[in-house]
Design a protein around this ligand. Structure first.
Ligand code: ADP
Ligand code: ZN
Ligand code: ZN
Length: 727
């Protein structure tokens, strides 16, 4: 029997296999070009999977008999146009299966095959009975009825006007006095509030953005507090005025309720937030609202880079250097880099903001590929903080703090200010040691010590999450002299709370604030009263702290000597970002940097010349070492229960790579810097090439053979293009 030419669906499935899977179309459906980009439910083995139609085609006469797809899930393809093309690009760039890339780009609910959710907004209105009964109502129901007397009100407007309106609405609904109705999503628009008058540098930045026609990458390189966010807001308002959508990416920790309130107040349109705090349904709704063009401003973290933008006008990436933009497992994409690809395909400007631009971005700006906009002054009357290095060699330390530092903390508190003590060590103490025999608590599944938590009662591994109680006696010698060694944020908090008993001491790290709201509540409660914040790098950004006058940085010394080629850049960025939190508007801030290495070149350059001087010296070293941004890297990782298979697999992969390109530089295979993690033995092979094109060409040529290696069967392996962490 002759078969119609284009009779099958070629489906991208979320499986770690670099190919498409052919199916007959579901019963009664003739495949059409319009099916491409739609989700489809298919049988796979004895399971059902949701995939995406990547193409339609003719069946391969030599292939085994095909099964039929069960159902097409979308009347209109979810992925089409620019986003579909960009995702194809991403699959090629990451050398990842298309089906996994599509799955990564979809919110979980849609990935499971749920229908694109309804995105109506809801409004409340009084019934006739409600209007009549209005004057007899009391309390909260009365307050709500008063608001509704003028007409229906959108739920987001109610959120703005009346904190606890939902319980009142329920009460009215139960008595038949009010009802809920669906309205188009874009109706509610708060009145925008005016911002401050722009300064000359901000004006230049905005003029340049407005003058761009089509795609351009623009680096907004502005010191902390220089008014970068003001520039974003103007550029977004301009984009909205042209009837276009704006996408704003922010680091995980930067997306605070404060930020959203500021955006909502200033833009006068609903702002849709996408972050890890949302449930699956909420995420899918925001995605759908953007897909339909209803969401005009989307502010989100890393994965928001996959938001559909049918009317795109602008993409902003705040704190573009931030490490949270790189996905560390699955499809290892970089949201900043992918945003640039999308901006180019969409023909819209991409604005990258930072006080400490990544060396990749700075390199592009210096090479003239990105426009380089500078904001060199703090906005308004705010002055930059003064920075002082405290040499603590031979000084008596208490909880790791020198007497000079303690005096400065006391003085700042007495002057009515707030103090931030920055220490990048979570937990109570980094190590539990037996003073009798030298035993220390190691994780059973990782090559790492366990961190002491809970005031010294619990041990926890920061790499695999393992937990256990602190033993009563030393497991080796039975002695009772187990002692926490060193200082973590928990112990520092305990000590500071005792020493500065007259002020509140708040700890801000992943341990203390699992939930975003918890942190916000703590900080709001503190207000502008004198107090101490102790914490890890979570303190480097986020909630605005206008009364912060002293920043004390302690325990940075080990970061100065890390082996990772990016550790210097990360430390420099962290120091500048933390320091930038000191002093705002009317209060000059002070930064004290406590170290045993006051002569270290990184510190000297950073303090005397600032971030750009540091970047200059770092550029010289990277170029000499042939590291990014001068040469592209890729990392092939493998892990298994035993140490041998990963090394054997990587050795075989190396031979394949060597075969396809003799110019490729291959380092390894070597055990990972932490060889055993969560019970797995890990190894890696580092690839670098003279240019991107030859790196990708070599991988394209080698990967089919690498997938097929017999050694690949007994382990997990992955490829990371442009790895950020080399372990
Ligand atoms: P950044 O994003 O660079 O850290 P922001 O945009 O948050 O800076 O601005 C820092 C502070 O300065 C904010 O309180 C903001 O309202 C204020 N600000 C920004 N631009 C101006 C300006 N031109 N005049 C006065 N104040 C400004
Ligand atoms: Zn012991
Ligand atoms: Zn562990």
């Amino acid at each position: 029997m002759p078969v119609a030419a284009e009779s099958i669906l070629r489906v991208a499935l979320p499986l770690p296999l670099p190919r498409l899977f052919d199916y007959y179309a579901p019963e009664g459906h003739a495949p059409m070009p319009d099916d491409v980009g739609s989700r489809v439910r298919v049988p796979f083995g004895n399971r059902e999977l949701v995939g995406l139609v990547a193409a339609i085609g003719a069946p391969d006469p030599d292939a085994p008999a095909l099964r039929a797809a069960l159902s097409l899930l979308d009347a209109t393809p979810l992925f089409h146009g620019e986003l579909r093309d960009s995702l194809h690009w991403l699959a090629r760039y990451t050398h990842a299966p298309l089906g996994e890339v599509f799955a990564t780009a979809l919110p979980a609910a849609l990935r499971r095959g749920e229908p694109l959710p309804d995105t109506h907004a809801w409004a409340w209105v009084l019934t006739e009975a409600g209007v009549t009964a209005h004057s007899r109502l009391r309390g909260r129901p009365r307050r709500l009825a008063d608001l509704l007397l003028e007409g229906a009100l959108d739920e987001s407007r109610l959120d703005d006007q009346f904190e606890d309106w939902r319980s009142a609405a329920r009460a009215l609904l139960k008595r038949g006095l009010a009802e809920r109705m669906a309205i188009p999503a874009t109706q509610y628009a708060p009145t925008p509030q005016p911002g401050p008058t722009l300064n000359a540098e901000q004006r230049v930045a905005i003029d340049t953005i407005q003058a761009t026609d089509g795609f351009a990458a623009l680096l907004l390189d502005g010191v902390t507090g220089s008014g970068k966010t003001e520039v974003y807001l103007h550029a977004i308002a301009d984009c909205l005025a042209r009837g276009k959508q704006a996408l704003v990416l922010v680091p995980e920790i930067g997306l605070t309720p404060q930020t959203l309130t500021r955006f909502r107040a200033r833009l006068g349109v609903p702002v849709h937030a996408l972050h890890s705090g949302l449930n699956d349904g909420e995420r899918a709704r925001v995605w759908a609202a953007a897909w339909r063009g209803e969401a005009r401003v989307i502010v989100g973290t890393r994965s928001a880079v996959f938001t559909p933008l049918p009317d795109a006008g602008l993409i902003v990436i705040d704190e573009e250097h931030d490490g949270s933009y790189k996905q560390q497992d699955g499809i290892r994409y970089h949201a900043r880099d992918f945003a640039l690809v999308r901006g180019k395909a969409l023909g819209v400007p991409v604005l990258l903001g930072s006080a400490t631009p990544s060396l990749e971005t700075l390199h592009n700006a210096r090479g003239g590929r990105y426009a380089h906009l500078r904001l060199t002054q703090r906005a308004g009357d705010a002055r930059p903080p003064s920075v002082r290095v405290l040499d603590v060699r031979k000084r008596p330390l208490q909880a790791g703090l020198s007497p000079e530092l303690l005096t400065a903390i006391r003085a700042a508190l007495d002057a009515g200010g707030q103090v931030l003590v920055f220490k990048n060590r979570r937990g109570y103490a980094p190590v539990l040691l037996c003073h009798d025999c030298g035993w220390s608590a190691q994780c059973k599944r990782c090559d790492a010590p366990m961190t002491v938590h809970a005031g010294g009662r619990r041990l926890q591994c920061h790499h695999c999450g393992a937990r256990q109680a602190v033993p009563d006696a030393c497991p080796d010698c039975g002695g009772l002299a187990l002692q926490p060694q060193g200082i973590g944020t928990e112990r520092l908090e305990e000590w500071l709370a005792e020493t500065f008993a007259d002020v509140p001491v708040l700890r801000v790290d992943r341990g203390s604030t699992r939930r975003r709201d918890a942190l916000e509540t703590l900080l709001t409660e503190l207000g502008t009263r004198p107090g101490i914040l102790v914490g890890t790098q979570m303190l480097a950004k986020g909630h605005d702290l206008p009364n912060l006058t002293l920043v004390a940085v302690v325990g940075i010394d080990e970061g100065l000597f890390s082996a990772d080629f990016r550790s210097g850049e990360k430390l420099a960025q962290l120091l500048i970002q933390v320091a930038g939190r000191a002093g705002r508007a009317d209060k000059r801030g002070e930064v004290l940097l406590q170290t045993h290495h006051p002569e270290h070149p990184l510190l000297l350059t950073l303090i005397n010349g600032g971030y750009h001087a540091y970047a200059d010296s770092e550029f010289t070293q990277r170029e000499a070492a042939n590291f990014p941004p001068f040469a592209p890297l890729a990392l092939l990782r493998a892990e298994a229960q035993h140490a041998e298979p990963p090394l054997a697999f990587l050795q075989a992969a190396k031979a394949v790579l060597r075969d396809v390109d003799t110019q490729l530089e291959l380092q390894g295979p070597l055990p990972a810097p932490m060889p055993r993690r969560a019970g797995y033995q890990r190894a890696q092979l580092l690839l670098s090439a003279g240019d991107r094109r030859s790196l990708h060409a070599a991988l394209d040529a080698a990967l089919p053979a690498i997938y097929a290696l017999p050694e690949a069967r007994k382990l997990r392996w992955s490829l990371d293009i442009d790895p950020v962490d080399l372990y």
